[in-house]
Write a protein that binds this ligand. Structure first.
Ligand code: PMT
Length: 210
């Protein structure tokens, strides 16, 4: 099977030296790419900036902004059987990027932000993707309810929900604990290394009902 996996954070520029980003290390997405490749699948990893090595045998497109990730995913969907969107895409970006470094002349600075493109939400409606679609949900409360809402609104086959308020799992940690949310049931994957969680997610992904 052919997998497309997104990973890491995005960086949304404020001026030539500053940007908005988040705490995603990319570990979860890179572990998914490594696990899918290990199982013999063809894998394309599209990632925001991280310090990680690309797993051997995995095709790789580095991106920086949400817009670049949106365009890379849109342009690379041909032949993809399973798309897993694990990236922590910035939801907002500065309306404009200053040409020069912003000087600290005032005591306060107001940044005007606008929404970034919703990659997961575009997969079915705009990109016409017909393969298996797996989204992530990073929640701090009502994990199942919010995850299930995403499953329906974004027309996913499965949502991998994680509680990012728990210390030691989620963003920028070596372990995770997730709930796989299907249209008709949930399955809990107990706390484990991201590599072990990834292996289980890939197993579930390959047997998703059509
Ligand atoms: O990178 P690590 O340090 O290993 O951390 C892993 C993780 C916590 C980042 C990962 O497990 C995770 O939860 N990824 C999703 C993070 C996220 O942005 O969740 P969300 O609930 O805000 O977004 C829901 C889904 O929409 C995700 O599939 C996301 O990739 C996608 N999205 C979000 C915004 C946007 N503009 N476009 C999108 O496609």
């Amino acid at each position: 099977m052919k997998f497309l996996i997104t990973a890491g954070p995005t960086r949304e520029p404020i001026d030539p030296v500053r940007y908005l980003t988040n705490r995603s290390s990319g570990r979860m997405g890179y572990a998914l790419a490594g696990a899918a490749r290990h199982d013999g699948h063809e894998v394309l990893l599209i990632s925001g900036p991280t310090t990680l090595d690309v797993p051997p045998g995995v095709d790789f497109i580095p991106v920086e902004t949400a817009q670049q990730m949106y365009e890379a995913v849109r342009d690379m969907l041909r032949g993809v059987d399973v798309a897993i969107l694990c990236a922590a895409v910035a939801d907002y970006r500065p309306v404009s990027c200053a040409d020069q470094k912003i000087k600290k002349n005032a005591d306060t600075l107001v940044l005007e932000l606008e929404r970034t493109p919703d990659i997961l939400g575009s997969m079915r409606s705009e990109f016409g993707f017909t393969g298996k679609l797996i989204g992530f949900a990073a929640e701090t409360q009502n994990i199942i309810e919010y995850g299930r809402d995403k499953l329906q609104r974004k027309q996913c086959d499965m949502i991998v929900a994680n509680d990012v308020s728990q210390p030691g799992i989620g963003f920028d940690s070596r372990e995770n604990a997730v709930v796989l949310i299907y249209p008709d049931h949930e399955e809990y994957l107990e706390r484990d290394t991201k590599e072990h969680i990834a292996m289980q997610i890939i197993e579930h992904a390959t047997i998703l009902p059509s």
